[in-house]
Design a protein around this ligand. Sequence first.
Ligand code: ATP
Ligand code: MG
Ligand code: MG
Ligand code: MG
Length: 468
Amino acid sequence: MSGVNDIRSTFLDYFKKNGHEIVPSSPLVPRNDPTLMFTNAGMVQFKNVFTGLEKRPYSTATTSQKCVRAGGKHNDLDNVGYTARHLTFFEMLGNFSFGDYFKENAIELAWKLVTEGFDLPKNRLLVTVYSEDEEAASLWKKIAGFSDDKIIRIPTSDNFWQMGDTGPCGPCSEIFIDQGENIWGGPPGSPEEDGDRFLEFWNLVFMQFEQTEPGVRNPLPRPSIDTGMGLERMAAVLQGVQSVFDTDLFRTLIGTIEDTMGAKAEGSASHRVIADHLRSSAFLIADGVLPSNEGRGYVLRRIMRRAMRHAQLLGAKEPLMYKLLPTLVQEMGRAYPELVRAEALISETLKLEENRFRKTLERGLSLLSDATTYLSKGDMLDGETAFKLYDTYGFPLDLTQDALRAREIGVDISGFTDAMERQKAEARSHWAGSGEKATETVWFELKEKHGATEFLGYDTETAEGVVQ
Ligand code: ATP
Ligand code: MG
Ligand code: MG
Ligand code: MG
């Protein structure tokens, strides 16, 4: 009962039995939403249903939603490989109420599924609530029989969800499992919460207000529910392992990497990064994203190149990623037929990008190694060099940062941005007087726009789905 396919169907069937419509995952590229980089939560496809702009023939729904959290505000790219719980691509299981049931039912439904459907031991579970949400705290007491120490009140925005500066918002409540005293980490809200002992696996959002202007919140006449449970995290819990990378699917993928490379995975961030990045790259390409130098395509390129550096660390002398693809398709193709349909395209794209980047990767890495010979823990790589690596060798900034991570060397980001600005200004001065005013203006506008999205991320991003 604990493979991902079983967990997914247990979740969906449970909510279906409880009157929810099973709605297919939407694509990773959100439709009609240029402000959002990638679908990063189950609620993204229902945004307009929550605000009332769109009507659906059902008032409750359940989904298993493909999500990517790389680029944009929810960027877990830097975490991947280094924490036990973050992936750039993952599936979010969710149940939604569009003005139908609210807090009490949502907590009841979740509690029953967790303790009966998934049979998790009650004494290892605990929850967070927003500190002002007394209602949620008393519902948890009533429904789960929790004592006060199992209900942690969090006063920060971590437990208050907002769609944007205005619009629906409300407190949220997250369910955690204690994975055991021998694992380092403290409960949510404590200074040690970043450890792996307490794992967050389900977030319940209670949309009960509408924010009309900063600081002004009015109660919604028909409040709504939005929840998100990480499928891979639940798989880890049910399989009795502490890391998503130790679940069956990832073991299989990592096993293929070991077989192909002959390098053991024990404790290797590289194996984990490659396995995760293979999934996000493959699913992004299947949903129509191709590597490029701007916007979504640039995030994909960053993911792919990052994986390639890790393949290089394992000693890969030729393209590796495309060789791993058949295993992924075999494991996930049934649940996601788009992966099967796009297999040839994904394979070609991976191979092409790997071939294209391999030579400059090696040259760039040797430049990087020369430039950092005399640097040690706590030092910074200068921005000029980081920019040269970007500009001449195609190193996304995060690749350079990742490459220096093990040595605890940082990168001077403002120096990097300055170097880029200088180059832009220079390019501009060369263009002056070319007599092609119209084209020039358009070109620079584009350049500015994409420059910002490449390096600062989509900060204009508003609706985020389930957050924190
Ligand atoms: P964390 O605090 O661990 O980063 P989060 O609070 O950012 O998680 P939410 O935005 O609440 O996550 O998303 C809902 C659920 O989706 C989480 O409870 C978790 O189970 C899952 N999830 C979120 N981010 C990831 C990720 N990067 N990889 C795998 N699962 C994730
Ligand atoms: Mg959360
Ligand atoms: Mg969280
Ligand atoms: Mg997070």
